[in-house]
Design a binder for this molecule. Structure first.
Ligand SMILES: Cc1cc2nc3c(=O)[nH]c(=O)nc-3n(C[C@H](O)[C@H](O)[C@H](O)COP(=O)(O)O)c2cc1C
Length: 168
């Protein structure tokens, strides 16, 4: 079979990727006194043995050197009532954790209170691809609150509760 050599445009890519419904997470990181958090949907399970996941981070994000230098990050899965935090951690605030209720985890990364779930990871592999880096992390701790998750679809935040009404 011939493998097509052409590719799609950036705009086509963006419009098709908007069709992926995703949970909304904040990837947190810390290096010495510097703590950061960035909103992210590019978070994916890798394997149960060893327990691992991956996150994909733009190289121009402030979080990138913090994760790379410290070798750790945490994934905070946002709850359906935490949309404000998703906006906050996408806005490059000067002191992102100043007014955010959090505790410090075993890895030194900040963990957001009342998140749906939190997972702390040690980076085991870092792979650059184009503008981004794929960080694979071995999961060292996790906690689940079993709330309802915040979702992102077609450029908008949404909730399972809304969908139940929509499809009723
Ligand atoms: C819903 C949503 C999902 C996002 N997902 C990602 C992602 O998976 N990877 C990424 O690098 N940036 C993602 N971003 C953009 C970052 O959150 C944004 O660039 C942020 O300002 C980076 O923060 P930092 O520079 O402090 O690290 C997303 C933004 C939004 C609103």
């Amino acid at each position: 079979m011939m493998i097509p050599s052409q590719s799609i445009s950036g705009d086509q890519f963006k419009s098709v990727m908007r069709r992926f419904a995703a949970s909304v997470n904040v990837i947190t990181s810390a290096d010495g006194a510097v703590m950061n958090g960035m909103t992210a949907t590019a978070v994916c399970s890798v394997s149960a043995d060893p327990p691992s996941l991956l996150v994909i981070v733009n190289k121009s994000n402030r979080s990138h050197p913090v994760i790379s230098r410290s070798g750790t990050f945490a994934v905070n899965v946002l709850s359906s009532d935490q949309e404000e935090l998703a906006g906050h951690f996408a806005a490059k605030k000067p002191d992102p954790f100043a007014d955010i209720d959090h505790r410090i985890g075993q890895t030194g990364c900040p963990l957001i209170r009342d998140a749906d779930a939190t997972l702390e990871c040690a980076v085991v592999q870092e792979t650059d691809f184009g503008t981004h880096t794929i960080f694979i992390g071995r999961i060292v701790t996790c906690a689940v609150a079993s709330k309802s998750p915040l979702l992102y679809h077609e450029g908008r935040f949404c909730r399972l509760e809304d969908m139940a009404l929509h499809y009723a």
